[in-house]
Write a protein that binds this ligand. Structure first.
Ligand code: ADP
Length: 316
């Protein structure tokens, strides 16, 4: 069998939630085109409400699309739904582990649900791959939060799908655990698994993903290799604590100055166009005395503003 170029492909994907008595109809996905290359770690990045979960739920079959086409591993979800779904493993946001099973039992039960014949089961391999061999026969309630998350990943992999989908894998997870999970994701990818993850942390997408799609309000506003995307997001901010409180915002054109509630002056600039020293010089020239300063990288909000506005300009 020839392998598909794209692990997942969506064309003109639309999802409209119907109106209810209290809410108007809601277009959660407004004609999404996405091609997720086979072998990639692909990040679907966007703020809350962007449509990420809706997209994932359509892939997993939890939500019905309104229109458009979706292929998973080259299989149309309308024409070959079973084969399409067999090609993905999905790890949802919730930690839904059964407290009465051990990790080993849990994986066996899951394999049974997927109809994986006993001789083809890979329970021990998965336990090993996810660092759970020691806990294979412990009750799930004795596992740490991180182990439970890893067990969720193992459960999603019982039928050996070529594509693993993680919906907000590190939401509410501490830094160390996040690193651990990232390491597992990378090792699975190195074994050839295409990984798709949703996140609203730019840092997570930046660190892990080779390609990032940014969705906002049901539209894809950018989709490109991570390094290329980051080069476009070249804005930084110098945050200045003035010696004396400012009574007005100095005019620092071409830089954009804002006064924060803390009294700090935040000056945004394009790294392509200026350096920190030039910004500081402009601030001094405007008569502001500097007590302290630091620089900040753009946060996700800045990224959306800059990408969404350039997207709108292109569309206009
Ligand atoms: P994300 O995962 O990016 O946070 P979602 O896909 O959950 O975004 O939501 C996209 C939009 O669709 C949101 O405005 C949300 O309120 C709406 N939405 C999601 N699920 C439903 C539903 N079952 N019924 C109505 N609206 C929904």
């Amino acid at each position: 069998m020839t392998l598909p170029d794209y692990a997942i492909e969506a064309r003109g994907l639309v999802k409209t939630y119907p109106a209810t008595k209290t809410t108007p109809a809601m277009a959660a996905l407004k004609g999404i085109d996405l091609q997720i290359p086979r072998g990639s770690i692909f990040g679907l990045l966007g703020p809350n409400g962007a449509g990420k979960s809706t997209f994932i739920n359509i892939l997993s079959g939890l939500t019905r699309k309104t229109s458009g086409k979706v292929l998973i591993w080259g299989r149309d979800i309308d024409e070959r739904p079973r084969e399409a779904r067999a090609a993905i493993g999905v790890v949802g946001q919730e930690i839904a582990t059964d407290v009465f099973f051990t990790p080993r039992e849990s994986l066996e039960v899951q394999a049974g649900l997927y109809g994986v014949p006993r001789r083809e089961r890979r329970t021990d391999v998965l336990l090993g791959a996810l660092g759970l061999s020691d806990k294979a026969d412990a009750y799930v309630r004795q596992l740490s939060g991180g182990m439970k998350r890893r067990l969720m990943v193992a459960k999603a992999m019982v039928h050996n799908p070529p594509v693993l989908i993680l919906d907000e894998p590190t939401a509410g997870v501490d830094v160390e655990l996040r690193r651990q999970l990232w390491a597992y994701v990378v090792s699975l990818n190195q074994l050839g698994v295409t990984v798709v993850l949703t996140t609203h942390y730019l840092e997570e997408a930046e660190e892990l993903c080779d390609t990032i799609a940014i969705v906002n309000r049901g539209e894809v506003v950018a989709c490109e290799p991570t390094s290329q995307l980051l080069r476009r997001l070249d804005s930084r901010t110098v945050v200045i604590t003035p010696t004396a409180p400012l009574t007005s915002i100095p005019d620092l054109a071409p830089y954009e100055a804002r006064l924060r509630p803390t009294g700090d002056l935040a000056v945004a600039f394009k790294t392509r166009e200026a350096g920190v020293e030039q910004v500081i010089a402009a601030v001094r020239a405007a008569g502001v005395q500097i007590r302290d300063l630091r620089t900040e990288d753009p946060d996700l909000e800045d990224v959306f503003v800059s990408l969404t506005s350039s997207h709108a300009e292109r569309a206009a």
